[in-house]
Design a protein around this ligand. Structure first.
Ligand SMILES: [Zn+2]
Length: 454
């Protein structure tokens, strides 16, 4: 099976819905990132891929909306993976080598960073602690400048390169065809009109991923229409090449409305009679023996609060509710220990109802809570507490010795308030530096949802 994940289906326009251009092709043991515009690196993580999984990067052209996240991918992959994984293979049009020099050479933008990470003892210690073998070296990718007509091969794929029609001569713009044992995927990059080069490249492909940056006829100029793909260009190219399916990408906010997209695909249908798929960030296309399925990838951590709401609505079981709150906290802020306390106000005693580490830190009976600044802030005034360092732990928890022994030294305590009265606390602890005040509202949202169950 070969899978092609759309990481970013947007444009240069800033958007939370659509990140800029980026794709990940998984074929055999290779993970090939194709373009990596702003936001694509984040989507890569959401798709469940790590920078260290990436073996190749192919850039269609050097517009920033296709490469601004490339340095991020390149540096994170090297930083976390150096000494453990192979070097990256990078291909793109000239002047890729010069751009690389300006970014990553000793006198380049990230040169001082790379020098620091390969010479300063603290970085070398981190390298060794992460399992890095031998000396720590600067990244040494295999760089290849490619042009129309070139062919690259991997273990289970061949990539052919053709000319796209976009912003020449300032930029060399390329389209790619991937032949794999399970089918053929063609990515046009950014291209306008319907050109022989694209039609020939896409001949008989299983999937054509085509730029759709305009509603045909509304372009600001003829030159714009020649260089930027419209919905009718995509349909004509798909029809002329005999593509078995068409996926629209590079979608601008101006046409990215359900009614508009429905109308545009209706207009395309008389030209191209195959399936037309409107691309979405994190959509995964998989090809198995030439059969295409498109699925919306589950975004990691999507709507953890919704999942919690469902559990709260479905059950009164306090353990089930707390476990769901634990999962929501893990998905939103991450933690090393999550506990829920019930406050017995009359006696000023707390009872641990739930613990995410029941062996090391078990739920237990009632314990008196001393009168401290923490008690006043959280239990009496109903305000959240954020603390970092062993002293914070000692002031917040009677069992500080156990907590510190677990390697946890930052904490968020949020009061659970019902009918304006504090009835308990939700407590999130983590390793040094892993929680911040920015995480407090997330835990407050969780505490508010479980108030009725405490
Ligand atoms: Zn673009």
């Amino acid at each position: 099976m070969v899978s092609f994940t759309l990481l970013g289906t947007g444009t240069p326009a800033p958007s939370l819905r659509r990140q800029s251009s980026g794709y990940a092709l998984q074929v055999g043991t290779d993970v090939i990132v194709i373009d990596h515009g702003p936001g694509a690196a984040h989507r890569l993580l959401e798709a469940g891929l790590r920078p260290t999984d990436v073996t190749h990067v192919m850039l269609s052209h050097l517009h920033y909306d296709h490469m601004a996240d490339y340095p991020r991918l390149f540096l994170q992959r090297w930083d976390v993976g150096s000494g453990k994984i192979g070097e990256l293979y990078v291909a793109g049009p000239a002047p890729l080598a010069a751009v690389h020099q300006r970014l990553f050479a000793p006198d380049g933008a990230f040169g001082p960073d790379i020098t620091s990470r390969t010479t300063i003892q603290a970085s070398l210690d981190v390298f060794a602690a992460r399992g890095g073998q031998g000396e720590r070296h600067p990244p040494a990718p295999t760089l290849r400048e490619i042009a129309p007509g070139d062919t690259l091969t991997g273990a289970a794929w061949t990539m052919r390169v053709a000319k796209a029609t976009h912003f020449e001569p300032a930029l060399t713009c390329l389209a790619f065809r991937f032949d794999t044992p399970d089918g053929v995927i063609v990515y046009t990059g950014d291209t306008g009109g319907v050109t022989d080069e694209i039609v020939t490249l896409a001949k008989g492909c299983d999937v054509l991923i085509h730029m759709c940056h305009a509603e045909a006829g509304t372009e600001p100029s003829a030159e714009y229409a020649r260089t930027v793909g419209s919905h009718l260009d995509a349909a004509k190219a798909a029809a002329a090449s005999g593509a078995k399916a068409l996926v629209l990408t590079h979608l601008p906010p101006s046409i990215d409305k359900p009614a508009t997209l429905a109308r545009l695909t209706r207009e395309m249908a008389p030209i191209y009679d195959g399936p037309i798929i409107v691309g979405e960030d994190l959509m995964a296309l998989s090809l198995e023996a030439g059969v295409l399925t498109a699925t919306r990838a589950a975004r990691r951590g999507a709507d953890p609060l919704q999942a919690l709401d469902k559990v709260v609505a479905a059950t009164n079981d306090i353990q089930a509710v707390c476990a769901a709150a634990d999962a929501a906290a893990q998905a939103t802020v991450g933690h090393g220990l999550f506990t829920v306390m019930r406050l017995h106000r009359d006696a000023m005693e707390v009872e641990r109802l739930y613990s995410s580490q029941p062996d090391a830190y078990p739920p237990g009976g009632r314990k008196p809570k001393k009168d401290t600044a923490w008690t006043t802030q959280v239990l009496k005034r109903g305000k959240p507490y954020f603390g970092t360092g062993p002293n914070a732990i000692r002031s917040a928890f009677n069992d500080h010795a156990t907590i510190l022994a677990l390697g946890l030294d930052c904490v968020i305590n949020v009061p659970v308030v019902r009918d304006d009265v504090v009835v308990g606390t939700v407590n999130c602890l983590a390793a040094p530096g892993e929680l911040s005040t920015l995480d407090v509202p997330h835990i407050e949202a969780i505490a508010a949802r479980i108030a009725s169950a405490i």
